[in-house]
Design a protein around this ligand. Structure first.
Ligand code: NAG
Ligand code: NAG
Ligand code: NAG
Ligand code: NAG
Ligand code: ZN
Length: 507
């Protein structure tokens, strides 16, 4: 069904088109077309105060200057460049600095074990006493704190990272190499990641290398705390973390039950909120690897149901993850996903693929049929007009993670990212960071940079940004009360931010 107002716009446009041909009103018709599209764009109807309009003018000066410079010299067009090449330009950018300081609301798609910047991991976890390293028969590194490590098919003996570093001729070079284990950065992504397979293999290897070290209780604690700090430092007030809830282990290397993992998340969150009263905390989306057999997922679902029942407002939902093109499609699991506790929700990854009509692409369909609350990535969504329209009507937000899609090889030039189509048609969406620690990013500002510089039209500014920030609260799994408190805090921070932007320019 075409909505009445859209219908009116269409009638108006046809009328204007006839006019344009028959009279001197060509410019008027042209302007009306532009206006109609601008109104349809995400944020097209968002109100800006006098002050916000002024702040927007400042922002637009930065934005236009950077885009024009990029138009003159494509080498400097960060909006079109791969993040690994663009990052030094972005770090210097006034648009980026503006976005970094801007209150950003929430991040709704973020994987816990790749959420912290690699720089911090090197400084802290690689120096954590007792860290061991081995090399597998396939030449991959495995890290652990278990004194009697298990089941990694190591070809070499485990050695202490501190010993290796002590023996290295240059500890700084050693640290750089260590960082490579958990960071995909390369100056030549076009060579190292010329295929999806290359980028996904490397990406998956990083989890395999790091996960057992991260499961060491004290390390998990400082890592998760740091994750919260990095969000907070990027002016983010809330996050929904996807976690596989692996069992943690202590001194003697024995696994705790996964209830302990969730307890640690919970306690750290409480403590963090106490120290940062304007931070609203995190909630957990329990995620399972989609490559597992159906029976195994069934067991994991039992765990989920039990934990969700104990903490319904903390462990809010369920997801399946891992490369969609290689794992099982959602359709394989629909029977076991059907009877779900009514309070629990799904947050499925879907359509993170370039294959049109393949089983992975059709995950979008099953996500919709299973009543997903949001869709992770939804990269393939624009190819499915019926699903897209249903998603719009049912207000299912798409979690768009531009840098992730680029680094994992779905698109090179982010101006071609389908998120541009979502914005143009006002599909509900939020900007997310997915696994920022694994590709040299931090917080959400880098992804937001691409959203406003590459996905959005040239003249889109604060109105769109404000809408995206609002969306991140609106489409979150927070309760009504939590949302209204979020809006209050956000509004306060937002108006302080706008005042500062204006003050600095006056001086
Ligand atoms: C991480 O490392 C930095 C630099 O060495 C240090 O200042 C900081 O205290 C460490 N943080 C933790 C939680 O160990
Ligand atoms: C460090 O060097 C010493 C002396 O050469 C050697 O015995 C030891 O195995 C080395 N350890 C590592 C971890 O490389
Ligand atoms: C390991 O330590 C935990 C408590 O930290 C204890 O419950 C467990 O029995 C210990 N396991 C072994 C094999 O010593
Ligand atoms: C679909 O999910 C929403 C929450 O995201 C819930 O309110 C609604 O009742 C669900 N509908 C069905 C048919 O399960
Ligand atoms: Zn993801």
């Amino acid at each position: 069904m075409i909505r009445p107002f859209l219908f009116l716009i269409l009638v108006l446009i046809s009328f204007l088109l006839i006019q344009a041909r028959t009279s001197i009103n060509y410019d008027e018709a042209r302007r009306a077309l532009l206006t109609a599209e601008e109104n349809l764009l995400t944020g097209g109807h968002t109100y800006l105060s006098e002050k916000e309009i002024k702040a927007n003018e400042i922002f637009m000066q930065y934005k236009i200057k950077e885009l024009d410079r990029g138009f003159e010299n494509e080498e400097e067009n960060a909006a079109a460049l791969h993040f690994f090449k663009a990052k030094p330009l972005i770090d210097k950018s006034k648009v980026f600095q503006f976005l970094h300081r801007m209150p950003k609301g929430a991040v709704l798609h973020l994987h816990n074990s790749a959420s912290v910047s690699s720089e911090w991991v090197v400084k802290n976890i690689s120096y954590y006493p007792g860290l061991l390293r081995c090399t597998t028969t396939k030449g991959k590194t495995v890290l652990t704190f278990r004194r009697t490590p298990i089941g990694h098919h190591c070809q070499t003996e485990y050695v202490l990272v501190s010993d290796e570093r002590g023996n290295a001729s240059d500890p700084q070079v050693y640290d750089q190499e260590f960082e490579h284990i958990i960071n995909m950065y390369t100056p030549h992504p076009e060579l190292e990641y010329s295929t999806t397979k290359q980028s996904w293999t490397r990406f998956q290897d990083m989890f395999d290398s790091f996960n057992d070290a991260l499961a060491y209780l004290p390390v998990f604690q400082i890592y998760t705390w740091r994750a919260l700090e990095e969000l907070y430092n990027d002016n983010i007030m809330y996050a929904e973390l996807r976690s596989t809830l692996r069992p943690l282990y202590g001194e003697n290397g024995t696994d705790f039950p996964i209830d302990r993992t969730i307890q640690v998340f919970h306690d750290l969150n409480e403590k963090f909120i106490q120290q940062h009263p304007d931070f609203l905390g995190i909630k957990i989306i329990f995620s399972a690897y989609r490559g597992f057999e159906v029976d195994r997922i069934k067991n994991i679902l039992q765990d989920f149901k039990r934990i969700h029942k104990a903490m319904p407002n903390f462990v809010v939902g369920f997801d399946l993850l891992g490369q969609e093109d290689k794992g099982k499609p959602l359709y394989d699991f629909w029977r076991i996903l059907k009877d779900f506790p009514p309070t629990a929700r799904f947050f499925f990854h879907g359509g993170e693929t370039n294959w049109f009509g393949a089983s992975t692409d059709l995950n979008l369909l099953d996500a919709l049929l299973l009543n997903t609350t949001r869709i992770g990535h939804g990269y393939a969504l624009a190819k499915h007009p019926i699903i897209m329209s249903a998603i719009k009507n049912r207000k299912i937000a798409v979690e768009v993670s531009p840098i992730s899609n680029q680094v994992l090889n779905l698109v090179w030039d982010l101006r071609n990212h389908p998120g541009a189509l979502f914005l143009a048609q006002d599909v509900p969406m939020v900007i997310c960071s997915d696994d920022p620690g694994f590709w040299n990013a931090k917080g959400l500002s880098y992804d937001l940079y691409y959203a406003i510089m590459s996905l959005a039209p040239k003249n889109a500014g604060l109105r769109l940004l404000k809408t995206l920030v609002g969306n991140s609260i609106r489409y979150s799994a927070m309760t009504k009360e939590e949302k209204s408190r979020s809006y209050q805090i956000l509004e306060k921070h937002w108006s302080i931010f706008i005042d500062k932007v204006l003050e600095e320019v006056d001086n």
